[in-house]
Design a protein around this ligand. Structure first.
Ligand SMILES: *Cc1c(COP(=O)(O)O)cnc(C)c1O
Length: 233
Protein backbone atom coordinates (compact mmCIF):
# COMPACT_ATOMS: atom_id res chain seq x y z
CA UNK A 1 0.00 0.00 0.00
CA UNK A 2 1.56 3.30 -1.03
CA UNK A 3 1.21 5.94 1.65
CA UNK A 4 -0.68 9.13 1.04
CA UNK A 5 2.63 10.96 0.86
CA UNK A 6 3.87 8.51 -1.79
CA UNK A 7 0.69 9.05 -3.80
CA UNK A 8 1.00 12.81 -3.51
CA UNK A 9 4.63 12.56 -4.59
CA UNK A 10 3.67 10.52 -7.61
CA UNK A 11 1.19 13.17 -8.73
CA UNK A 12 3.62 16.03 -8.11
CA UNK A 13 6.34 14.33 -10.12
CA UNK A 14 3.89 13.80 -12.98
CA UNK A 15 2.91 17.45 -12.91
CA UNK A 16 6.55 18.52 -12.76
CA UNK A 17 7.40 16.31 -15.74
CA UNK A 18 4.47 17.66 -17.74
CA UNK A 19 5.41 21.25 -16.94
CA UNK A 20 9.01 20.54 -17.93
CA UNK A 21 7.91 18.95 -21.20
CA UNK A 22 5.73 21.95 -22.04
CA UNK A 23 8.73 24.19 -21.48
CA UNK A 24 11.02 21.96 -23.56
CA UNK A 25 13.01 21.05 -20.46
CA UNK A 26 14.12 17.74 -19.01
CA UNK A 27 12.45 16.64 -15.76
CA UNK A 28 15.81 15.85 -14.18
CA UNK A 29 16.79 19.53 -14.42
CA UNK A 30 14.36 20.22 -11.60
CA UNK A 31 14.81 19.16 -7.99
CA UNK A 32 11.83 18.72 -5.71
CA UNK A 33 12.37 20.00 -2.19
CA UNK A 34 9.82 18.62 0.25
CA UNK A 35 8.98 21.43 2.63
CA UNK A 36 8.54 19.65 5.93
CA UNK A 37 8.07 22.58 8.31
CA UNK A 38 5.34 21.82 10.89
CA UNK A 39 5.27 18.12 9.91
CA UNK A 40 6.72 15.50 12.23
CA UNK A 41 9.86 13.46 11.66
CA UNK A 42 7.89 10.39 10.65
CA UNK A 43 6.31 12.28 7.74
CA UNK A 44 9.82 13.19 6.59
CA UNK A 45 10.86 9.57 6.88
CA UNK A 46 7.85 8.47 4.81
CA UNK A 47 8.68 11.04 2.16
CA UNK A 48 12.26 9.79 2.13
CA UNK A 49 11.05 6.20 1.72
CA UNK A 50 8.89 7.40 -1.17
CA UNK A 51 11.97 8.84 -2.86
CA UNK A 52 12.42 12.46 -1.81
CA UNK A 53 16.03 13.41 -1.16
CA UNK A 54 15.79 17.15 -0.47
CA UNK A 55 13.92 18.71 2.43
CA UNK A 56 13.28 22.30 3.40
CA UNK A 57 12.69 23.61 6.91
CA UNK A 58 12.09 27.23 7.76
CA UNK A 59 13.23 27.35 11.37
CA UNK A 60 16.52 26.25 12.84
CA UNK A 61 14.99 25.43 16.21
CA UNK A 62 12.14 23.37 14.87
CA UNK A 63 14.54 21.30 12.80
CA UNK A 64 16.94 20.90 15.69
CA UNK A 65 14.08 19.64 17.85
CA UNK A 66 12.73 17.02 15.48
CA UNK A 67 15.70 15.81 13.47
CA UNK A 68 16.70 13.06 15.95
CA UNK A 69 17.28 9.82 14.08
CA UNK A 70 16.26 11.16 10.68
CA UNK A 71 19.27 13.50 10.70
CA UNK A 72 21.26 10.48 9.53
CA UNK A 73 19.15 9.90 6.43
CA UNK A 74 21.29 10.55 3.36
CA UNK A 75 19.19 13.54 2.34
CA UNK A 76 20.04 17.18 1.70
CA UNK A 77 18.62 19.55 4.28
CA UNK A 78 17.79 23.10 3.22
CA UNK A 79 17.01 26.05 5.43
CA UNK A 80 14.44 28.05 3.48
CA UNK A 81 13.17 30.52 6.10
CA UNK A 82 14.58 33.75 7.41
CA UNK A 83 17.72 33.17 9.48
CA UNK A 84 18.58 35.38 12.45
CA UNK A 85 22.29 35.97 12.67
CA UNK A 86 22.53 34.58 16.22
CA UNK A 87 21.44 31.20 14.84
CA UNK A 88 23.90 31.22 11.95
CA UNK A 89 26.38 28.92 13.68
CA UNK A 90 23.74 26.30 14.30
CA UNK A 91 22.38 26.62 10.79
CA UNK A 92 25.83 26.07 9.29
CA UNK A 93 26.09 22.80 11.20
CA UNK A 94 22.54 21.50 10.75
CA UNK A 95 21.93 22.27 7.08
CA UNK A 96 23.65 21.54 3.79
CA UNK A 97 22.23 24.65 2.21
CA UNK A 98 20.89 27.99 3.40
CA UNK A 99 18.50 29.09 0.66
CA UNK A 100 17.45 32.36 2.27
CA UNK A 101 20.59 34.46 2.72
CA UNK A 102 19.67 38.13 2.63
CA UNK A 103 22.52 39.93 4.30
CA UNK A 104 26.32 40.08 4.13
CA UNK A 105 26.87 40.01 7.90
CA UNK A 106 24.85 36.82 8.07
CA UNK A 107 26.91 35.31 5.27
CA UNK A 108 30.11 36.19 7.15
CA UNK A 109 28.81 34.36 10.20
CA UNK A 110 27.90 31.32 8.16
CA UNK A 111 31.32 31.37 6.53
CA UNK A 112 33.10 31.54 9.90
CA UNK A 113 30.95 28.80 11.41
CA UNK A 114 31.63 26.56 8.47
CA UNK A 115 35.37 27.24 8.76
CA UNK A 116 35.28 26.16 12.40
CA UNK A 117 33.68 22.86 11.45
CA UNK A 118 36.81 21.79 9.60
CA UNK A 119 34.88 20.09 6.84
CA UNK A 120 36.07 20.25 3.29
CA UNK A 121 32.75 20.94 1.60
CA UNK A 122 31.43 24.44 1.40
CA UNK A 123 28.00 25.42 2.66
CA UNK A 124 25.77 26.10 -0.29
CA UNK A 125 23.87 29.35 -0.15
CA UNK A 126 21.21 31.04 -2.25
CA UNK A 127 20.32 34.69 -2.03
CA UNK A 128 16.68 35.45 -1.42
CA UNK A 129 15.51 38.33 -3.58
CA UNK A 130 12.80 40.67 -2.36
CA UNK A 131 9.81 41.08 -4.67
CA UNK A 132 6.40 42.57 -4.13
CA UNK A 133 5.09 44.57 -1.22
CA UNK A 134 3.65 41.91 1.09
CA UNK A 135 6.88 40.20 2.01
CA UNK A 136 9.71 41.89 3.84
CA UNK A 137 12.34 39.21 3.45
CA UNK A 138 14.99 39.23 0.80
CA UNK A 139 17.58 41.52 -0.74
CA UNK A 140 16.57 44.48 -2.89
CA UNK A 141 17.37 44.08 -6.55
CA UNK A 142 19.68 47.07 -6.56
CA UNK A 143 21.88 45.54 -3.86
CA UNK A 144 22.31 42.22 -5.60
CA UNK A 145 25.44 42.85 -7.70
CA UNK A 146 27.45 44.17 -4.76
CA UNK A 147 26.32 41.42 -2.41
CA UNK A 148 27.01 38.76 -5.03
CA UNK A 149 30.57 39.97 -5.52
CA UNK A 150 31.16 39.89 -1.77
CA UNK A 151 29.65 36.43 -1.32
CA UNK A 152 31.90 35.02 -3.99
CA UNK A 153 34.88 36.05 -1.85
CA UNK A 154 33.84 33.89 1.11
CA UNK A 155 35.85 30.66 0.97
CA UNK A 156 33.55 28.37 2.95
CA UNK A 157 30.37 29.30 1.13
CA UNK A 158 29.30 28.30 -2.34
CA UNK A 159 26.95 30.91 -3.74
CA UNK A 160 24.86 28.91 -6.20
CA UNK A 161 21.91 31.05 -7.22
CA UNK A 162 18.74 32.88 -6.25
CA UNK A 163 15.52 32.20 -4.38
CA UNK A 164 12.24 34.09 -4.28
CA UNK A 165 8.93 34.03 -2.44
CA UNK A 166 6.74 36.17 -4.70
CA UNK A 167 3.40 37.70 -3.70
CA UNK A 168 0.43 35.36 -3.73
CA UNK A 169 -1.98 35.33 -6.67
CA UNK A 170 -5.03 33.09 -7.05
CA UNK A 171 -4.09 32.49 -10.65
CA UNK A 172 -0.54 31.11 -10.83
CA UNK A 173 -0.16 32.58 -14.32
CA UNK A 174 -0.12 36.01 -12.66
CA UNK A 175 3.01 35.16 -10.72
CA UNK A 176 5.01 34.22 -13.81
CA UNK A 177 6.47 37.71 -14.33
CA UNK A 178 8.08 37.44 -10.88
CA UNK A 179 9.65 34.11 -11.75
CA UNK A 180 10.81 35.49 -15.09
CA UNK A 181 12.30 38.45 -13.24
CA UNK A 182 14.33 36.18 -10.96
CA UNK A 183 15.73 34.39 -13.98
CA UNK A 184 16.70 37.70 -15.61
CA UNK A 185 18.37 38.88 -12.41
CA UNK A 186 20.31 35.63 -12.25
CA UNK A 187 21.39 35.96 -15.89
CA UNK A 188 22.60 39.51 -15.27
CA UNK A 189 24.53 38.45 -12.19
CA UNK A 190 26.22 35.68 -14.10
CA UNK A 191 27.35 38.16 -16.71
CA UNK A 192 28.52 40.68 -14.13
CA UNK A 193 30.38 38.24 -11.90
CA UNK A 194 31.58 35.77 -14.51
CA UNK A 195 30.40 32.96 -12.22
CA UNK A 196 27.83 30.30 -12.98
CA UNK A 197 24.79 30.62 -10.74
CA UNK A 198 22.83 27.57 -11.81
CA UNK A 199 20.12 27.50 -9.15
CA UNK A 200 16.72 29.19 -9.33
CA UNK A 201 14.66 28.15 -6.30
CA UNK A 202 11.10 29.23 -7.07
CA UNK A 203 7.61 27.79 -7.04
CA UNK A 204 5.57 26.24 -4.22
CA UNK A 205 2.53 23.89 -4.08
CA UNK A 206 0.28 26.40 -5.74
CA UNK A 207 2.51 27.64 -8.55
CA UNK A 208 5.41 25.27 -9.19
CA UNK A 209 4.29 24.60 -12.76
CA UNK A 210 4.47 28.32 -13.59
CA UNK A 211 7.92 28.42 -11.98
CA UNK A 212 9.12 25.48 -14.05
CA UNK A 213 7.88 27.26 -17.17
CA UNK A 214 10.15 30.18 -16.21
CA UNK A 215 13.23 28.11 -15.50
CA UNK A 216 13.00 26.93 -11.86
CA UNK A 217 15.67 24.38 -11.01
CA UNK A 218 14.34 23.75 -7.50
CA UNK A 219 10.70 23.84 -6.43
CA UNK A 220 9.71 23.94 -2.76
CA UNK A 221 6.56 21.95 -2.16
CA UNK A 222 4.93 21.51 1.24
CA UNK A 223 1.16 21.08 1.41
CA UNK A 224 0.75 19.32 -1.94
CA UNK A 225 3.11 16.66 -0.63
CA UNK A 226 2.41 16.39 3.08
CA UNK A 227 -1.21 17.61 3.27
CA UNK A 228 -2.43 20.87 4.71
CA UNK A 229 -0.64 22.31 7.70
CA UNK A 230 -2.65 22.40 10.90
CA UNK A 231 -0.08 24.57 12.66
CA UNK A 232 0.83 27.97 11.31
CA UNK A 233 4.38 28.01 9.95
C1 LIG B 1 6.19 26.92 3.50
C2 LIG B 1 7.11 27.29 2.41
C3 LIG B 1 7.03 26.66 1.15
C4 LIG B 1 6.01 25.60 0.80
O1 LIG B 1 4.74 26.13 0.73
P1 LIG B 1 3.49 25.22 0.26
O2 LIG B 1 2.51 26.21 -0.19
O3 LIG B 1 3.08 24.46 1.46
O4 LIG B 1 3.97 24.33 -0.82
C5 LIG B 1 7.96 27.03 0.19
N1 LIG B 1 8.91 27.96 0.44
C6 LIG B 1 9.00 28.58 1.62
C7 LIG B 1 10.07 29.59 1.81
C8 LIG B 1 8.11 28.27 2.64
O5 LIG B 1 8.22 28.90 3.82
Amino acid sequence: MPTEIAENLHRILERMAAAAARAGRKPDEITLIGVSKTYPANAIEQAFQAGIRHFGENRVQEWEGKRGVIADLPATWHLIGHLQSNKAGKAARLFHSVDSVDDLALAHRLDRARAEMNVSDQLRILVEVHMGEETKSGVAEAELPRLAAQLLELPHLRFAGLMVIPPYFDDPEDVRPYFAKLRELRDELQTKTGHRLPVLSMGMSHDFEAAIAEGATEVRVGTALFGSRTVLP
